[in-house]
Design a protein around this ligand. Structure first.
Ligand code: NA7
Length: 546
């Protein structure tokens, strides 16, 4: 319905749309949140999406080799057994195009697109206390008014292009992997430079190397990677999926991080070295993120983690033939999986190709970009194309690039100046009726994302139902509950080796000037789910309802 109201910034009367709830984003999170609120609660809801289609992260990340690191039979929605039977994955890990087909299938199956405005970027959201409404403005100047505002903006959706001097003078083409051209990039016959060796660079390098005349990889921090061992799914496994949707859903709810595998109860410390070696060897052969499930103490005991780290470093040195290159690749300075652990298809093998060179930025950092290419303090590397696989302003970036203001016009930027502060990763004190799906302080990126997303969207929908049933209009996190939760998030992280990677994006350390705070909740999805359920069961303890 359209009302005449006032534009939040200019005070000019504008046509605006009034809704019960507004969702920002139409990726995994936004689609499911829209479905929950519209179809289960019967609310008037719209989703606003900056992209030209559904998909969120997967809409933008179209770089060569883009593939999910979660296995396909757990990287999807599990709220509907019928839906799980209707869709069939083709490979062990879903590639970006297949994920896009899946999300479009879901959006069409539930007729979601009619309530999504595409190519619509939200620039501001201000809370109007007197009216108890959120006033949301888009880049094009439209205004939406909603009682509830739900951000489903993703954790890794704000691209980080480092501010190298001279980039504008570069005569070739450059691309960030998270803003990849839809038409693709032709590397044939080109000299390509790729900066960054996180999960993205590690996926992209082998694919680019196979096409380009030459690939130069610029590595700042050496990284672990375990073979993904991707393969087509057998028809037997596809049958298993169709016949056991309930079991698959249960496993993702019982495992620490929403994955399909259980962490072994045995300890690395105390296991005889030859047995440990055999176990790691089997985990390496099996491949994937499951490597971290080999021993229970891997993520909590540095001595245990060292055994995994040592195993992978030896693997790198055995794969990479040139000893100098192998030394640079295996000179890793953080515990295994303390930064997000990549998995790969022929990554280290790629350095055995004649057309691939590794540049060690620790020895000689990038000084600037010239018209011809990348200049380190030691040399200039002439290039036709530069690929920035340099990651994201993670978790808080997508929230803070919007001008979000709560009570009395207080900006989220101010409240989060020293790092994100909220309750359960779901609500910020002073920002009533604003929910943040997979916000900082929730398991999010430490969990298999669709599992974390379904839990949050369900909780938010249940909360909305509760408010309606009780005739309540407003829910707001209490400052003391926020203090307690921030302490709990820190405590959970400090029980693990995660904060030992002092330069990880989990800590915001990849973005110059960003406060260093461990952002995701590391206590595990199972415990987190219990905490959230318990809070709701106690009448939304820690929230003020009115
Ligand atoms: P990541 O994991 O943040 O990796 C970015 C890479 O880019 C990493 O190797 C960085 O080195 C490097 N980087 C970033 N800035 C610079 C500068 N200024 N100079 C040189 N190198 C730089 O992002 P990804 O896209 O690979 O992965 C993000 C997530 O997507 C991934 O974890 C999965 O969850 C999916 P650094 O390590 O900071 O020294």
């Amino acid at each position: 319905m359209a009302n005449v109201t006032t534009d939040i910034a200019s005070n000019e009367p504008l046509q605006s749309t009034e809704l019960d709830a507004l969702v920002i984003g139409a990726g995994f999170a936004g689609l499911y949140q829209l479905l929950c609120l519209r179809d289960r609660l019967g609310l008037s809801v719209k989703a606003l999406e900056a992209g030209g289609g559904v998909g969120g992260t997967w809409y933008w990340n179209r770089y060569p080799g883009a593939r999910c690191d979660s296995e396909s039979h757990v990287y999807w929605y599990t709220f509907s057994p019928e839906l799980m039977r209707e869709w069939e994955w083709s490979e062990r890990y879903p590639g970006q195009p297949e994920i896009m087909r899946y999300l479009n299938f879901v959006a069409d199956r539930f007729d979601l697109k009619r309530d999504i405005a595409f190519n619509t970027r939200v620039v501001a959201a201000h809370y109007d206390e007197a009216a108890n409404r959120w006033r949301v403005r888009t880049e094009a100047g439209e205004t939406y008014i909603a009682k509830f505002l739900i951000t489903a903006v993703g954790c890794l959706s704000t691209a980080n292009v480092p501010n190298f001097p001279g980039l504008k003078d570069f005569k070739g083409d450059w691309y960030h992997t998270g803003q990849w051209p839809h038409e693709g990039v032709d590397f044939t016959g080109k000299r390509v430079g790729m900066i960054g060796t996180g999960s993205t660079g590690i996926q992209a390098a082998p694919v680019i190397a196979a096409e380009a005349a030459h690939l130069t990889v610029f590595q700042r921090t050496a990284n672990y990677s375990v073979p993904a061992r991707n393969a087509p799914l057998t028809s037997k496994f596809q049958q298993y999926i169709k016949q056991n949707p309930g079991e698959i859903r249960s496993v993702t709810r019982e495992t620490l991080n929403g994955m399909a595998f259980r962490i072994e109860p045995r300890l690395a410390v105390g296991t005889p070295p030859e047995d440990r070696e055999r176990i790691y060897e089997a985990a390496w052969e099996r491949g994937g993120l499951q490597f971290r499930a080999a021993f229970h103490d891997m993520m909590t005991d540095k001595a245990a983690n060292d055994t995994a780290a040592d195993f992978i470093k030896r693997k790198i040195r055995s794969i990479v033939k040139d000893p100098a290159t192998a030394a640079i690749l295996s000179d890793i300075d953080h515990p295994y999986a303390a930064k997000r652990p990549p998995i790969d298809t022929n990554y280290f093998e790629t350095y055995n190709r004649d057309n691939v060179t590794l540049v060690d930025l620790r020895a000689a950092p990038i000084e600037r970009i010239s018209a011809a290419g990348v200049c380190t303090t030691q040399a200039e590397y002439p290039l036709d194309i530069i690929v920035f696989a340099t990651g994201f302003d993670a978790m808080t970036g997508p929230m803070l690039r919007m001008d979000i203001r709560g009570r009395e016009g207080v900006a989220l930027k101010e409240v989060w100046e020293a790092g994100p502060r909220n309750y359960l990763g779901l609500q910020v004190a002073g920002f009533p009726n604003l929910f943040t799906v997979t916000g900082p302080g929730s398991p999010s990126v430490l969990c298999n994302m669709p599992v974390a997303i379904e839990q949050h969207a369900d909780w938010i929908a249940d909360c909305n139902r509760h408010l309606r049933e009780k005739g309540l209009e407003r829910i707001e996190a209490q400052p003391d509950a926020v203090d307690r939760w921030v302490a709990e998030v820190n405590e959970a992280a400090n029980k693990t080796v995660l904060p030992m990677a002092t330069h990880s994006w989990y800590l915001g350390a990849n973005i110059p000037g960003k406060p260093r705070v461990f952002m995701p909740y590391a206590g595990g999805m199972v415990r987190y789910r219990e905490i959230c359920a318990d809070v709701a069961a106690r009448g939304y303890e820690g929230f003020a309802l009115s």
